[in-house]
Write a protein that binds this ligand. Structure first.
Ligand SMILES: [Zn+2]
Length: 348
C-alpha cells in the first residue's frame, strides 16, 4: 500500500509538469481527488479495512502524499493564472513610443473653392440661389437651348468632349458641359419667372493645354429673369461683384460683344487691381482686365425655358472663376490648379 502511494505521488507530480491549461489541471485533480473514483480518494477509503497499526502508518503516509499533491496542484494553478494575466496584458499592450500625428495636419480649401465660396456668399446676400447642374449635359441644354444652332461655329470653337451612347436615345449626343450656362434653360423650366440664380462649377473643353488653357476649369454663371429687368440691373450687379473683388474704387467697362444666347451682349472689363488703370504686366498695359461676358438673355432662350418674353426680361453673365483665382493669387500657370500637387496647394 505504501509503495502504491509513492507511485501515485510521483505519477501525479510528473503529470502536473505537463499541464498546459486549466482544463487539464481540473482533469488531473479529478483523477486523484475525485469524490467517486479519485485514485487517492479510493486509497483513503480503503484505510478503514486495515489493521489498527498498519492504518496508523499508512494513514500518515497517505496524508503526506495527499498534502504534497495538493500543494503541487495549488502552485500549478497559481502559475497558470499568472500566465493568463500576462497574456491578457500582452493583448492590451499600448505602444507609448509610437509618435503622435503632427498638429495642424488638417486639409484646407482649394483656391478655387475659396473664391467660389466667397462669391456664393456675395450672391446669396443679393437674393440669388446657388445651383449645381450636372457636368455631363445633353447637347440640347449645352448648345441648342442657348440659341446655338447646329451649324454655329461656337460648337467647333469650344472643342467639346462628346459622350456617345448616354441617355435614352443613343443617337442624341451628350457633352461634358463646356459652360455653366447649360443650367440656364433647365432652371427656367423648373422655377419659371421670376428666378435669380448662380451656377458655379466645373466645365470641360478639349484644349491643347498650356499655361493659359486647361481641359478642366471653373466658371460662375448667373442670371435673373423677371418683369422689368433692365440692362441697368445687370450693370449694377456686375459693379457690385467687381467692387467686392477688387475694392470700392474699381470701375466697370462694358463693350459690345456677340454671344448667341444674349442680345445685346457685352464684354465686361474692370480696372486693373494691380496698377489701378495705369497699365502693367498683368493687364498687358491696357489698365483693364477682361473678367466676364454678359448681356440680356435672348428671347429665343427665354422661349426654350417656357418664359413669356413679352412679359419678362432677363440678364445673364459668366465669370471665368479659374481666371479670378489666378488673378487673385498671381498664379502664372493654370495647370497647377488641377495638378493635385501638394507643394502648390499648401501655399493657400
Ligand atoms: Zn495693370
Amino acid at each position: 500500500m505504501q509503495s502504491k502511494l509513492e507511485q501515485l505521488k510521483s505519477e501525479a507530480l510528473l503529470a502536473l509538469k505537463s499541464v498546459k491549461d486549466k482544463a487539464q489541471l481540473e482533469e488531473l485533480e479529478n483523477k486523484f481527488f475525485g469524490r467517486k473514483n479519485g485514485e487517492l480518494t479510493n486509497i483513503m477509503k480503503g484505510l478503514k479495512d486495515l489493521a489498527d497499526d498498519a492504518r496508523k502508518v499508512v494513514g500518515q503516509v497517505a496524508n503526506d502524499v495527499k498534502i504534497e499533491i495538493e500543494n503541487a496542484l495549488q502552485s500549478k494553478k497559481k502559475e497558470l493564472s499568472q500566465a493568463d494575466w500576462q497574456a491578457n496584458l500582452e493583448k492590451e499592450r499600448l505602444d507609448t513610443t509610437q509618435p503622435v500625428l503632427p498638429k495642424n495636419e488638417r486639409g484646407h480649401f482649394h483656391p478655387n473653392t475659396i473664391v467660389q465660396n466667397d462669391l456664393e456668399e456675395l450672391f446669396t446676400s443679393m437674393g440669388f440661389m446657388t445651383l449645381d447642374g450636372s457636368e455631363l449635359e445633353s447637347d440640347y441644354y449645352n448648345f441648342s437651348a442657348l440659341n446655338i444652332p447646329e451649324t454655329h461655329p461656337a460648337r467647333d470653337m469650344q472643342d467639346t468632349f462628346y459622350v456617345k451612347g448616354h441617355g435614352v436615345d443613343s443617337n442624341v449626343p451628350w457633352v461634358m458641359r463646356t459652360q455653366t450656362s447649360a443650367m440656364q434653360v433647365r432652371a427656367m423650366q423648373k422655377y419659371g419667372a421670376p428666378v435669380r440664380a448662380i451656377v458655379p462649377g466645373k466645365c470641360f473643353r478639349n484644349e491643347a493645354t498650356d499655361v493659359r488653357h486647361e481641359h478642366t476649369f471653373y466658371q460662375l454663371e448667373g442670371f435673373v429673369v423677371g418683369e422689368n429687368i433692365t440692362f441697368a440691373h445687370l450693370k449694377g450687379v456686375l459693379e457690385t461683384v467687381a467692387k467686392h473683388l477688387y475694392g470700392e474704387e474699381t470701375q466697370v467697362r462694358l463693350r459690345p460683344k456677340y454671344y448667341p444666347f444674349v442680345e445685346p451682349g457685352v464684354n465686361g472689363e474692370v480696372t486693373c487691381f494691380l496698377c489701378k488703370g495705369e497699365g502693367c504686366r498683368v493687364c498687358k498695359n491696357t489698365g483693364w482686365l477682361e473678367i466676364f461676358g454678359a448681356g440680356m438673355i435672348h428671347p429665343n432662350v427665354l422661349k426654350e425655358g417656357n418664359i413669356d418674353s413679352t412679359k419678362n426680361q432677363g440678364f445673364a453673365f459668366g465669370f471665368g472663376l479659374t481666371r479670378l483665382v489666378m488673378l487673385k493669387y498671381g498664379i502664372e500657370d493654370i495647370r497647377h490648379l488641377e495638378s493635385g500637387d501638394l507643394k502648390f496647394l499648401k501655399q493657400f
